[in-house]
Write a protein that binds this ligand. Sequence first.
Ligand SMILES: *C/C=C(C)/C=C/C=C(C)/C=C/C1=C(C)CCCC1(C)C
Length: 241
Amino acid sequence: MLNTILSSFLIAKMLPTDYVGFTFFVGCMAMMAASAFFFLSLNQFDKKWRTSVLVSGLITFIAAVHYFYMRDYWTSFQESPTFFRYVDWILTVPLMCLEFYLILKVAGAKQGLLWKMIFYSVIMLVTGYLGEAVYPQSAQTWGFISGVAYFAIAYEIWLGSASKLAKDAGGNVLAAHKILCWFVLVGWAIYPLGYMLGTDGWYTSILGKGNVDVAYNIADAINKIGFGLVIYTLAVKSQKD
Ligand SMILES: *C/C=C(C)/C=C/C=C(C)/C=C/C1=C(C)CCCC1(C)C
């Protein structure tokens, strides 16, 4: 009796073999711990760096809330919480673009750069959502358009105006910018890979099928927490000089 009440009101049963559910749980805790870490460190920074570290905390905090919902959704239905996933990304990816802009402001970054990157990321995510959730039969076409927008972001920070600004800034900012560039090129590349494991396209015969959520959860942990730590380290280093 008690068991029935508990399972219908409080928690869905989690099978010991549910490794996908496990990654959702770990995701919740990791995002929450990272947020606490970034928020509690704010006092040690002066105004110039506080906003950047605050944004790092907001990124992991927004993700933590979505992970609570996604974990519940997964344990209840054993289905990908694609809707929550994309709501999370549409909020957090623009904030990551904001991080690039904030650290490059010392070299005179213009707001145009910020809006350009946000524009690319919205195209990337909206077309990705269309391919994954709305028109899965044409997933490869939408995925391709999304990939072009992803490429535009990577181009902008590696070779475009953002990279020139980073060179002008030099020192700690340049070093941090380089690491963030690698996150976008390698860490973000896990997402299209997850997408290809979960949808049908020319790639299915090569890659086969796999669990999208495991790929996305691992990618989120690396990218959101790792990205935040790079900003945090930059703030700590720059504070000393
Ligand atoms: C914190 C969340 C982050 C950094 C999410 C990033 C998401 C991507 C880079 C997604 C990219 C995609 C493609 C490049 C093609 C296929 C569709 C997507 C949306 C999975």
